[in-house]
Ligand binder design. Structure first.
Ligand SMILES: [Zn+2]
Length: 301
C-alpha cells in the first residue's frame, strides 16, 4: 500500500513538471531527496481542501531562523515553559544543571524521547545546562559573557524556546559519549546540531557541541543528509521551491511559498501537514502520507 502511494506520489509529481529529479539514496538513513526546479513545478488542480496562510505565519513555527541578522519576531507569543527543577518528573533520569533551567514541555518531551533512544545504546549521562531564556536572562548572560560567547537579547535561539544546551556528566561534550551520540543521531528525533565546527562561517557562531535545535522531521533528516545548517537549508528550500524526501519509508513533500507581498495565501492541500515560517519572507508547508506509522510518530503534536 505504502509502495503504491509512493509510486502514485512520484507519478503525480512527474506529471506536474518535475523536470529535474536527482535521487540521492543513503542506505543507512533511508533518505531520498528529490529536487524540483524552482520554476519547474505547478500547483496541482484544486482538489477541494484549501489551506489558508495568513502573512504572520512567516513568524511562527519550528523552522524560524534566529541568528545575528534575524531576531525573535517582535511581538512573538512567549512560549509556555516549565521549570525542570520544580518538576523533575518531566526530566526523569536526565541531569539538570541548576534551578533556573526552563523548557517548553513539548520540547522537553521530545528531548526525553531522544534520551530514551540513547539509553538503549548505553549512553546515559545527559545534563541539561540551559533551556529557554527570556530576554532578561539573555541580557544578563550577554553582559556577563560578552559578544564572543553570547548573543544579544532577542538574537539567541534560546529566546525562541526551540533550543537547549546539553552537557555530559562524563566530561566535555566534544569528547563525551553523549556528545558523540547526539551528533550522530539527533536528526532521527527532529533535532540538529546547530553550530557545527565546519559551518562557523555560515552560522557566525563558534563550534558548540552542546547546542541542539528542534526543527522536526523530515527537516532534520534532510539537513543531515545534505550536510546543511538551518541558514543553508532555508536558502535551499527557497531556491528549489519544492523537494520530496523519503525518510524511513514515509514520503514527505516540502514546499516553500514566498509571502513577500504580505498577502494571505490559499493553497490546495491533501493529507497531513505542518506549516512553519522561516522568519524572513516565506512559509514552508510539509505534507506526508498519514497512513504510515512512522509518519504518525514524526507528525506534529
Ligand atoms: Zn545554546
Amino acid at each position: 500500500m505504502k509502495k503504491l502511494l509512493l509510486a502514485a506520489a512520484i507519478a503525480l509529481l512527474l506529471g506536474y513538471g518535475w523536470n529535474e529529479l536527482k535521487p540521492a539514496v543513503s542506505g543507512e538513513n533511508k533518505i531520498v531527496v528529490l529536487e524540483g526546479e524552482a520554476a519547474g513545478w505547478e500547483e496541482p488542480e484544486p482538489a477541494g481542501k484549501k489551506l489558508n496562510i495568513a502573512p504572520d505565519e512567516v513568524y511562527k513555527g519550528d523552522l524560524l531562523l534566529v541568528n545575528s541578522r534575524h531576531s525573535v519576531p517582535k511581538g512573538a507569543k512567549l512560549p509556555r515553559v516549565v521549570n525542570l527543577f520544580e518538576q523533575p518528573e518531566l526530566a526523569e533520569g536526565i541531569g539538570v544543571l541548576d534551578n533556573g533551567v526552563e523548557l517548553p514541555p513539548e520540547l522537553l518531551h521530545r528531548f526525553a524521547e531522544m534520551v530514551d533512544a540513547a539509553r538503549a545504546d548505553g549512553v546515559d549521562h545527559f545534563l541539561i545546562t540551559s533551556g529557554y531564556r527570556n530576554e532578561e536572562k539573555q541580557a544578563e548572560l550577554y553582559e556577563k559573557m560578552g559578544a564572543d560567547y553570547a548573543n544579544p537579547p532577542g538574537y539567541s535561539e534560546h529566546n525562541l524556546g526551540l533550543s537547549l544546551d546539553v552537557g555530559s556528566s562524563l566530561g566535555m561534550m566534544k569528547d563525551a559519549p553523549e556528545g558523540k551520540w547526539l551528533e550522530k543521531n539527533a536528526w532521527r528525533h527532529g533535532f540538529v546540531l546547530r553550530y557545527p565546527e565546519d559551518k562557523t562561517d555560515i552560522t557566525g557562531v563558534q563550534h558548540e557541541p552542546w547546542h541542539f535545535r528542534y526543527v522536526g522531521l523530515p527537516h532534520s533528516a534532510i539537513m543531515q543528509k545534505q550536510g546543511m545548517v538551518l541558514e543553508e537549508y532555508l536558502d535551499y528550500l527557497q531556491e528549489a521551491g519544492r523537494i520530496q524526501a523519503e525518510v524511513n519509508g514515509t514520503a514527505y513533500t516540502v514546499t516553500y511559498y514566498s509571502m513577500k507581498d504580505k498577502k494571505p495565501l490559499s493553497i490546495p492541500i491533501e493529507g497531513s501537514y505542518t506549516l512553519s515560517g522561516d522568519n524572513m519572507d516565506g512559509v514552508i508547508v510539509t505534507t506526508w502520507d498519514a497512513g504510515s506509522p512512522v509518519a504518525k510518530e514524526a507528525g506534529p503534536s
